[in-house]
Design a protein around this ligand. Structure first.
Ligand SMILES: O=C(O)C(=O)C[C@]1(C(=O)O)C=C[C@@H](O)C=C1
Length: 361
């Protein structure tokens, strides 16, 4: 290294070393305090959850509101999610179920939300994720619920309808699909494999570049990557994490038709989440099959001054053109306006189920 450069860097690096030492000492103070929190929780409610999503959300939002930079707001969130993850892990290890295998977008969403100090439980399908949490094998599950290009993930909606689990959080992820193979080229490739949602999100690109390839459905994109790692004739569409996990080379990155492609995931678990100050409530409603019924059903939301952030319908499979409506409204179910809205909705709906209130991401 250039001598002058070295001379200029050395004092700055000494400053960084001293700061890191202080951070380390503070991190250990924080970790010890979290252990004490764990002991208090254990003493009062040994079987209770260690995860407190509302506390994690308020704590991070508060730090972001104090932050003057140049440390970025996203940086605050990702650093503190990892700090909390380690501290939480000292209380008790959180077991997180999601659609695997290794390198899936669900895994990425789970790690972004809960940090890396968790026990990962990759599952073969969404039903298994719900079963793992319902049976207590896992503390929480992370499942995709909607994609900005392809819409609702219908299996998740059906599982939410029939499960006793609650929605405890949300996480939105930018979905950048990559085409990947063993060699990093398309020589000898006959088939492109991915989850049907990913094939749909990339169909125009595939039609333009590789119209001759057959398209095969996989249970997940990471599963397609696993198959491609075993079969030199298969190209997979998956995230960059899957390429790394399965030792594949990216042929083309960012091949989704919409560059702003995003997927929203839900955290499902057994517990109710307390208010965080900026929350959302998810519910399912059904209305009788008659004129004006949907308008009547939704009227209390507007009347109580509550904002609706999502409305999704799903056939009730009665053969009568009846639908379940999946509704997200802003606010916690303990907020007076939301509470009043829920009372009114329950009176009008043929079916009514609150899935949970949770911090807005
Ligand atoms: O405040 C708590 O209840 C804690 O357990 C501490 C802590 C944290 O590290 O800040 C850890 C886990 C919880 O999900 C929330 C916060």
């Amino acid at each position: 290294m250039d001598k002058n450069l070295q001379a200029s860097l050395t004092p700055l690096r000494e400053v960084i070393d001293a700061i890191d030492k202080e951070i380390l000492s503070l991190l250990n103070q924080r970790a010890r305090t979290a252990q004490q929190v764990g002991e208090v929780k254990e003493a009062f409610d040994a079987a209770g959850p260690v995860l407190k999503p509302e506390r994690e959300a308020t704590l991070i939002r508060h730090l972001q509101s104090l932050n003057q930079g140049p440390f970025t707001q996203e940086g605050i969130e990702s650093v503190w999610r990892e700090i909390i993850s380690v501290c939480r892990g000292l209380e008790r290890t959180l077991i997180v179920a999601y659609l695997g295998p290794q390198g899936s977008f669900s895994e990425q969403a789970a790690l972004e939300q809960f940090g890396h100090s968790v026990q990962k439980m990759p599952c073969a399908n969404f039903d298994e994720v719900f079963r793992a949490v319902e049976s207590g094998q896992a503390d929480i599950g992370m499942v995709p619920v909607e994609n900005s290009t392809e819409g609702a993930v219908s299996r998740t909606l059906d599982l939410l309808l029939n499960s006793s689990l609650k929605v405890m959080g949300e996480r939105s992820l930018s979905i950048q699909h990559c085409l990947m193979t063993q060699s990093g080229t398309m020589d000898g490739i006959t088939t492109v494999m991915a989850h049907p949602q990913a094939l749909a999100q990339c169909q125009a690109w595939l039609g333009r570049h590789y119209p001759q390839l057959s398209r095969d459905a996989a249970s997940s994109n990471a599963e397609a990557a696993r198959v491609a790692a075993e079969n030199a004739k298969v190209a997979a569409i998956a995230g960059a994490a899957a390429a790394e996990a399965w030792n594949l080379k990216v042929v083309a990155p960012g091949i989704q038709d919409d560059p702003h492609n995003r997927t929203r995931f839900l955290v499902v678990g057994a517990d109710d989440v307390a208010p965080s100050g900026h929350d959302k409530t998810s519910l399912i409603l059904a209305v009788p099959n008659r004129a004006g019924a949907v308008y009547d059903m939704l009227e209390p939301i507007a009347r109580n001054g509550v904002s609706m952030s999502r409305l999704e319908s799903r056939p009730a499979r009665t053969g009568q053109w009846e639908y379940y409506f999946y509704v997200d409204i802003l606010g916690h179910q303990s907020d007076p306006a939301v509470k009043a809205t829920l009372v009114d909705l329950k009176k009008r709906a043929a079916f009514f189920k609150v899935l949970g209130s949770y911090p807005v991401q």
